[in-house]
Design a binder for this molecule. Structure first.
Ligand code: CP
Length: 316
C-alpha cells in the first residue's frame, strides 16, 4: 500500500479493493477498534456534502476521531510558492501549516479545487503535493484540481454491485451546466475505468476532449445517441474544456439526459456523482425513474472511504 491515496495509481489492486469494500458494506463495524486513538483531519478549501459526511462516517465506523477544518473560511490564507516574500494576503505558508496539521492528525484528507484559469498551475496539484511533502502523514485526495479518486472508487463499487453481465457497456456522457466545472470527476472515472473490465465509451461535444492520458482506453464519440445504444450504465457529468482551458461550451442544446434517452438503452442504470442540477444536467423524469442508482452511488462513498482508511491504518 502506498503512503497516500491520491489517484488510481495509489490502488495496487482495484478489483480486490472493490470486493473488499463491498464486504465492508455488509460488515461495517468489524474493525471498530482499528482507529482507536487515531485522528483523521479533513481539510476543505471548497464546499462539500458527500465527501465530508461519508468520510466522517467511514472514520467513525473504524473508531477514529475526526477534525474538520474549512481553511478558506476559518484559517489563514495559505501561500504555496517557495522563496516568495510574503508581504501580500497569505499569512501562512503551506510548509508550516501542513506540518502542524500533520502533527495533530494521523491521516489528512484534502479537498482543493482548480481555479480553471491556468491549466498548468491547476494540474500541478500544488495543495495536494504540498500536503504530501510537508504533513508527514498519509494524504487522501478528497477531490483535487485533476482527480477525485474516492468518488471513482465508489462509482466502480456501484457498477460492480449492479452489473448483470461480466463486461458491461459503460458510457460516460457530457451534459450541460450553467457554470464551468472542473475535469476532476471525468478524468478520475476514466482513469479508474482503465483498471476495470468494461466496454467503456465517452460521449461529448467537439471541444470537450479530456486529457488523452485519462481516456486512452475509451471509445470516444461526438454522438450521444449513438454512444448510448446498448448501454448498461450511463454516467452523466458536465465538465469544462481541458484544451480551451476552463471554457464552458457555448451551445449545450440536446445533451441533457432524459427518460426518453434512457429508454433507448439496454435498461441502463443512471449514475451521477452529485450534486446535480435537475432539468439542466438530467431531467426529473430520469432522476426519479427506476434507472437511477445515484443514491447507491452516494451511499457507497462511505465504504470506499472506509476501505481506504483501513488500508492506510494497516499499511506496512
Ligand atoms: N460527489 C461529491 O464529491 O460530492 P460533494 O462535492 O458534495 O462532496
Amino acid at each position: 500500500m502506498p503512503n497516500h491515496f491520491c489517484s488510481a495509481e495509489d490502488c495496487p489492486d482495484p478489483a480486490g479493493w472493490i470486493r473488499e469494500a463491498l464486504i465492508l458494506k455488509e460488515t461495517p463495524y468489524n474493525d471498530k477498534l482499528l482507529g482507536t486513538n487515531k485522528t483523521l483531519g479533513l481539510i476543505f478549501f471548497n464546499a462539500s456534502l458527500r465527501t465530508r459526511l461519508s468520510t466522517i462516517k467511514a472514520a467513525q465506523n473504524l473508531g477514529m476521531e475526526t477534525i474538520t477544518f474549512n481553511v478558506n473560511k476559518e484559517g489563514w490564507q495559505l501561500e504555496t510558492a517557495q522563496g516568495v516574500v510574503m508581504d501580500g494576503d497569505p499569512a501562512e505558508h503551506i510548509t508550516e501549516a501542513a506540518a502542524v496539521m500533520g502533527g495533530y492528525c494521523d491521516i489528512l484528507g484534502v479537498r482543493a479545487f482548480p481555479t480553471l484559469l491556468d491549466r498548468k498551475e491547476d494540474y500541478s496539484e500544488k495543495y495536494l503535493l504540498g500536503f504530501q511533502e510537508y504533513a508527514g502523514v498519509p494524504i487522501i485526495n478528497l477531490e483535487s484540481a485533476a482527480l477525485h479518486p474516492l468518488q471513482s472508487f465508489a462509482d466502480l463499487m456501484t457498477i460492480e454491485q449492479h452489473k448483470k453481465k461480466k463486461r458491461p457497456k459503460v458510457v460516460m456522457t457530457w451534459a450541460p451546466h450553467v457554470k464551468a466545472l472542473p475535469q476532476a470527476v471525468p478524468n478520475s472515472f476514466s482513469q479508474w475505468m482503465q483498471h476495470y473490465d468494461a466496454d467503456f465509451h465517452i460521449a461529448h461535444p467537439e471541444g470537450m476532449e479530456l486529457d488523452a492520458k485519462f481516456t486512452k482506453n475509451a471509445t470516444l464519440s461526438y454522438d450521444q445517441d449513438e454512444a448510448l445504444k446498448e448501454a448498461d450504465f450511463i454516467y452523466v457529468k458536465n465538465w469544462s474544456s481541458y484544451h480551451d482551458y476552463g471554457e464552458p461550451l457555448k451551445n449545450q442544446q440536446g445533451w441533457m439526459v432524459t427518460l426518453e434517452k434512457l429508454q433507448r438503452t439496454h435498461q441502463a442504470k443512471l449514475m451521477h456523482c452529485l450534486p446535480v442540477r435537475r432539468n439542466v444536467v438530467i431531467a426529473d423524469n430520469a432522476m426519479d425513474s427506476k434507472h437511477s442508482i445515484i443514491q447507491d452511488q452516494a451511499y457507497n462513498r462511505i465504504f470506499a472511504a472506509q476501505l481506504v482508511l483501513k488500508k492506510l491504518l494497516t499499511r506496512s
